[in-house]
Design a protein around this ligand. Structure first.
Ligand code: N01
Length: 540
């Protein structure tokens, strides 16, 4: 395909995909190479990778185990790629995604350095008209957003930032050339998964690190290691079995959640099981008991175990008290895993500031001023997260039937059917949109399920001579209720400061966004909808 778009002339294709991360790359392959559609990806970055292209901060590493953090659609790809560590670091994930892009010839149909700013549905032509930042225009029957859930950086509006004389960075927009911390006084704001990964690496490189913590967080050691030849052989032999486990669990990871409940065992047995899980490390700590996310008393046992670990690791009792003063149930916010995070506070060049006791007043030319004093800094690192899930969609001016703006339709929070389609926005599909399991799951698993469902749906429409698919308003209302019901059946909404609820972005509606009913269950629902002739959608 040649580039023919210009401000005067729109380049036309069957399907436009926004974003060349895990989702957009597979969606291109599926539509182009399986269905034979003319498909094109528009990507803001200079290369493939999406979230991993932008998140190059020190210590960036995936929390899913490498053998599960990859595509499963190609047996050959599964067999030829070999991961080097238990958890893949950002550079290795980028090598993998570039390998996939080259192997399937994807780059020729990706327009890089092309940021989509607007997408308007033209009902008379049944086409989406898409405009980019540079003024290029594209037109397609299908529009598929593959914009990621965590791709709109949240830089808090702290007064004085523009006066700061040093350098500042957000972890999600990290400079490709890296940052030289040597001898520098660094301030890091934020102790989520990113901050917990970054702090030990920054502390080792910097003159001094001050971590500004608003909400204390749990963390379990990742216990990252190089993979042994034996494990690599096991993975090569066992892909079908491994993927069967991943597809059978609520969270898409390659481990099984225990059937026992926390109070099925004695206190001593519980302690021993938690110790074993702590030694093993990683996200599977959550799988020690099946009721950790459903029963507050059960959760309290895990929470107290983890708080005790912090008190044991961190030598200064005051620092340990601030780090272990955690106000939400374990795993009600996305649980971080780490390499030497709490140990980092035992270093002489690291200090912790409790923003609950001394909130930030402003940033000054020389550093950060709290209500108790000023902290002189050369560099500020914002590990302050993202305008998650809805942010990447709403920063595009998306308009559906009759010019209705998505931003208006979602004024009170996201509403859609199956996390895939919004009533009034025909032929628009949102991969890992709000209302789907997405961030509560190992991402490649939910991405593949969405891409395959969308691809099958478009194939069905073409077989049936249908040109348009649109969610029914009543199906959408029913799904919104199901998303709320699923969240309320868990402890997840109890974490009041969680980005799952949009609470990290001032003014954002407080709505629990991902579908908490579990990936395996969600897959069954989507399959049943398709089997019933796309129940809840109007095809015409
Ligand atoms: O962002 P976060 P993240 N003043 O929103 C604080 C995925 N991920 O980038 O909790 C002071 O979790 C905020 O405080 P509070 C993963 O899904 C995956 O760390 O709002 N502090 C919090 O401490 C994860 O959940 C991986 O009170 C402010 C922190 O900044 C998601 O990305 C690695 C503030 C933000 O934490 C997001 O994680 C990393 C303010 N004004 C991330 N505003 C892997 O798998 C915010 N904070 C590799």
């Amino acid at each position: 395909m040649t580039t023919t778009s210009s401000p005067d002339r729109a380049e036309s294709c069957d399907a436009l995909i926004i974003g060349a991360g895990f989702s957009g790359m597979y969606q291109l392959h599926a539509l182009r190479d399986r269905l034979g559609l003319k498909a094109l990806v528009l990507e803001a970055g200079e290369g493939v990778g999406g979230t991993w292209y932008w998140n190059r901060y020190p210590g960036a590493r995936c929390d899913s185990e490498s053998h599960s953090y990859c595509y499963g659609f190609s047996k050959e790809l599964l067999e030829e790629w070999e991961w080097s560590e238990r958890y893949p670091g950002q550079p290795e994930i980028m090598r993998y995604l570039n390998h996939v892009a080259d192997r399937f010839g994807l780059k020729r149909d990706i327009r890089f350095n092309t940021r989509v700013t607007a997408a308007h549905y033209d009902a008379s032509a049944n086409r989406w008209q898409v405009t980019t930042e540079a003024g290029q225009r594209y037109s397609a029957q299908y529009l598929i957003t593959a914009v990621g859930c965590l791709s709109t950086a949240n830089v808090p509006k702290i007064p004085g930032l523009e006066e700061f004389a040093g350098d500042w960075y957000h972890t999600g927009q990290w400079p490709h050339e890296g940052v030289d911390f040597s001898g520098k006084r660094v301030g890091q704001i934020g102790t989520g998964s990113t901050g917990i990964q970054a702090a030990p690496v920054i502390a080792a490189a910097a003159g001094h690190l001050t971590v500004f913590q608003r909400t204390a967080n749990y963390s379990v050691p990742a216990r990252n290691v190089p993979l042994t030849d034996e494990f690599k052989q096991y993975v090569k032999r066992s892909h079908p079995e491994i993927r069967q486990v991943m597809h059978g669990t609520p969270n898409g990871h390659p481990f099984v959640i225990a059937e026992r409940k926390a109070f099925d065992v004695t206190a001593e047995e519980r302690q021993a099981l938690y110790e074993a899980a702590w030694e093993k490390g990683g996200l599977q700590f959550r799988a020690t008991f099946q009721d950790l996310l459903a029963d507050k008393a059960a959760n309290d046992t895990a929470a107290e175990f983890l708080r005790n670990k912090i008190r044991q690791i961190v030598r200064d009792p005051k620092t340990a008290a601030i780090l272990s003063d955690i106000d939400h149930p374990y795993a009600a916010k996305r649980p971080p895993i780490d390499t030497d995070y709490f140990e980092t506070y035992n270093r002489d060049n690291v200090a912790l500031v409790d923003l609950r006791a001394e909130p930030i007043e402003r940033i000054t030319p020389g550093g950060i001023r709290t209500t108790k004093g000023e902290y002189p800094l050369d560099i500020i690192v914002f590990a302050t997260g993202f305008d998650a899930m809805t942010g990447p969609l709403l920063r595009i001016d998306i308009r559906g039937r009759d010019g209705q703006r998505l931003a208006d339709a979602w004024e009170a929070g996201p509403r859609n059917y199956l996390g895939l389609q919004v009533a009034g926005f025909p032929n628009l599909f949102t991969i890992t949109g709000p209302g789907s399991p997405s961030v509560l799951c190992n991402m490649p698993v939910c991405i593949e399920q969405h891409v395959e469902w969308i691809t099958d749906c478009i194939a069905h429409m073409r077989d049936q001579g249908m040109a348009r698919i649109e969610a029914k308003p009543e199906a959408m209302e029913g799904w919104v209720q199901e998303v709320n019901r699923a969240a309320d059946a868990t402890l997840l909404p109890q974490a009041k400061h969680s980005w799952y609820l949009g609470a990290n972005v001032p003014g954002k509606p407080r709505v629990f966004m991902p579908y908490a009913g579990g990936m395996a269950h969600y897959r069954k629902i989507c399959d049943a909808v398709a089997a019933k002739g796309y129940e809840g959608f109007v095809l015409s």
